[in-house]
Design a binder for this molecule. Structure first.
Ligand code: HMG
Length: 445
């Protein structure tokens, strides 16, 4: 069967930056190491006054289309995944298509447009929809444009404020993809949870500590479900494992759990046993509490072993590079983790074609999804075209007072006038509201 997957990727970061250990922690009276070491975050990206989920998504899409020589007629579907939408009816994809039609010949009149919602996992779900549409033969030789775009803001003072971020990832999903082919097999872990939600409100209600446990539980279930169709996952199967990354410290916890799982009943467990004992089995304990305590002790010991540390450094750490500089991009988060992995492979001049990635997506509320991807021959050219390093370097570095202003600007309930900190330069910009309260955009040369 013809491969279907990711043919092209573009990333667009918000133009502003908040230095978390230096600027944020010092005003909060916190130890900078809580950010650097605990959460694993150096900075957050924020949108400037003229930026929002539409401009970031449209800018990433424009670059992608230009680079690949595409016209609107080549795209049969535009799906936007977001949890920061400002309209309960008109999807963000129509706004993005409207922006793109300002700069490309032709239009998206015959493209199916929509918006996907399930917290952060909806970016992956939108890829899934595109995959199914192509596999069903309904695409008429056209590709799908999937855009994951979010402004992840928390209420001021919420513990989640430390993990904010803003940016977009545009991905072209097509047959015979240049970058990555998706596996048919996938696994899900899904439960009705109230850990993070936005019931008719812009900023989330969050039970932070519980959200971490829910993430880990649903991920474990998704991995087991994936293995039930694809076979067991072993240490050597995947070059990288990009996870949904609300903050890198979360992935540290998930990575450890995954490693315990993939090494159980293997020679690696036997080798590690000489150093830290075998993994506890529930039937060896009188109570669930004793078993859980033994698991905690085992995990603590596992974390310190050379074998685990080297796996983590090779397979997980390279996926966290962009995330540590930008914070949580919600729907885009796992997709910048994948991009970080590809960039690391390119930097290392790795002979990468045919290798596999294990993609672990997650959305609060809650659902995890796991599938595999196989690296295709055009991966390197595509990854070398990314300019995300440059974008991050060029961001305007906010003071704490400026951060407070920009948070107010993007708060739907506040009406504040703040001058932009940067000037739009070859990008779409928000220019104000129209007669029906719709948002208006222009391309600024
Ligand atoms: P907090 O209470 O501010 O932080 O909230 P903390 O005290 O738990 O510290 C964080 C870590 O830093 C801890 O590490 C500390 O020990 C460590 P851990 O023990 O957990 O390994 N630490 C330090 N390390 C070194 N030196 C120091 C130091 N001080 C502390 N001096 C929390 C943290 C994540 C709860 C908060 O930021 C939050 O509520 N975030 C939002 C929710 C979230 O991101 N949850 C993640 C899972 S849910 C998810 O991923 C879905 C999501 O993306 C939404 C969606 O799907 O749409 C959020």
């Amino acid at each position: 069967m013809t491969a279907v997957g990711i043919d092209a990727i573009e990333i667009w970061s918000g133009n502003l930056k908040l230095d978390l250990p230096e600027t944020f922690a010092s005003v909060k009276g916190e130890d900078p190491d809580k950010y650097r070491k605990g959460l694993g975050l150096e900075a957050s990206s924020f949108p400037d006054v003229y930026e929002d989920i539409v401009t970031m998504g449209a800018n990433a899409s424009k670059r992608l289309m230009e680079r690949r020589g595409l016209e609107p007629g080549d795209i049969g579907r535009i799906d936007v995944a977001t949890e920061s939408a400002f309209d309960h009816s008109k999807p963000v994809s129509t706004y993005i298509a409207g922006c793109l039609e300002q700069v490309f010949e032709g239009d998206f009149r015959h493209a199916n447009k929509g918006e996907r919602k399930f917290a952060c996992v909806s970016g992956t779900q939108a890829i899934d929809d595109a995959y199914n549409w192509i596999r069903a033969g309904r695409n008429r030789d056209r590709a799908a444009l999937v855009v994951a775009t979010d402004t992840a803001l928390y209420e001021r003072g919420d513990p989640g404020e430390a993990t904010q971020g803003a940016g977009a990832v545009a991905m072209l999903i097509d047959e015979n993809p240049d970058v990555l082919a998706l596996s048919d097999e996938q696994g899900f872990g899904s439960m009705d949870e109230t850990d993070f939600l936005k019931p008719n409100q812009q900023f989330p209600s969050v039970d932070g500590k519980r959200s971490i446990q829910v993430y880990l539980s649903r991920m474990r279930e998704a991995l087991e479900d994936y293995e039930s169709v694809a076979g067991r996952v072993y240490e050597e199967d995947f070059a990288y494992a990009p996870f949904h990354t609300p903050f890198p410290g979360m992935v540290r916890k998930a990575g450890l759990l995954a490693y315990r799982h993939i090494t159980r009943d293997t020679e690696i467990e036997d080798q590690l046993a000489e150093e830290i004992g075998r993994q506890p089995r529930e039937d060896e304990y009188d109570s669930r509490e004793e078993y859980e305590e033994a698991i905690r002790e085992y995990m603590d010991a596992l974390k310190g072993t050379e074998r685990y540390r080297s796996w983590y450094a090779d397979v997980i750490e390279p996926t966290l590079t962009i995330s540590s500089q930008v914070g949580n991009w919600y729907t885009g988060s796992v997709h910048i983790a994948r991009a970080s992995a590809l960039m690391a492979a390119a930097d290392a001049d790795r002979d990468f074609e045919g290798e596999h990635l294990l993609i672990a997506s997650y959305g609060s509320g809650a659902q995890a999804e796991i599938h595999a991807e196989t690296v295709q021959s055009g991966w390197k050219e595509e990854v070398e075209a990314l300019d995300i390093d440059q974008q991050l370097e060029n961001r305007y570095d906010l003071t704490f007072e400026e951060y407070e202003q920009i948070h107010n600007v993007h708060d739907f309930d506040k009406d504040v006038e703040v001058d932009a900190f940067t000037q739009p330069d070859g990008e779409f910009a928000f220019t104000g509201w129209g007669r029906m309260n719709e948002r208006k955009y222009e391309y600024v040369e």
